[in-house]
Ligand binder design. Structure first.
Ligand SMILES: [Zn+2]
Length: 164
């Protein structure tokens, strides 16, 4: 059994035409062991994982996070603003980055795409709506202020606004 599996793996390595796979392949259609050619995470037990014991597959795709980065198409937008923010910018940005790092250990497809500073506003875009909410909640929890979520169901995107 193990031998047969191995042999298949070697044979298939020669044909890397999997590269032409549609970038928007539905999650359900991914085979066990599919690997993201952008960041190297592996699809295992129906989840994307940073470290995985799955047998390597020759299926190379882009994970949802890399797809969104490539398309500049965020699933979440967090906007921070207000005079308090201006005075505590570094502290708040550090908290946001730490929260992302922590979250990525469990869920590698939730990532910060970009942090933009425009005047007294900071905009953080994310590859996952849940991460955007998490970041907003974290700032709200540690810094108080006002927090709003706004869903756009058709676009499956969340806007999180924090002010203080
Ligand atoms: Zn990726």
């Amino acid at each position: 059994m193990a031998h047969a599996t191995n042999r298949t793996g070697v044979e298939e390595k020669g044909q890397r035409n999997a590269r032409s796979l549609d970038a928007y392949l539905p999650k359900r259609g991914l085979p066990e062991g599919a690997t993201c050619r952008g960041c190297g995470i592996v699809y295992h037990n129906k989840r994307w994982q940073t470290e995985s014991t799955a047998a390597e597959s020759n299926c190379q795709v882009l994970c949802p996070a890399c797809q969104r980065m490539q398309d500049h198409n965020p699933a979440g937008v967090v906007t921070l603003s207000g005079p308090y923010l201006a005075a505590h910018k570094d502290e708040i940005l550090n908290a946001i980055k730490q929260q992302e790092t922590k979250s990525r250990e469990k869920n590698p497809i939730g990532r910060i795409m970009e942090i933009k500073e425009e005047g007294e506003r900071i905009t953080v875009t994310t590859t996952e709506d849940k991460l955007a909410q998490k970041l907003g909640r974290e700032v709200f929890r540690s810094q108080k202020g006002v927090l709003h979520y706004q869903w756009s169901h058709d676009q499956r995107m969340v806007r999180v606004e924090w002010m203080r």
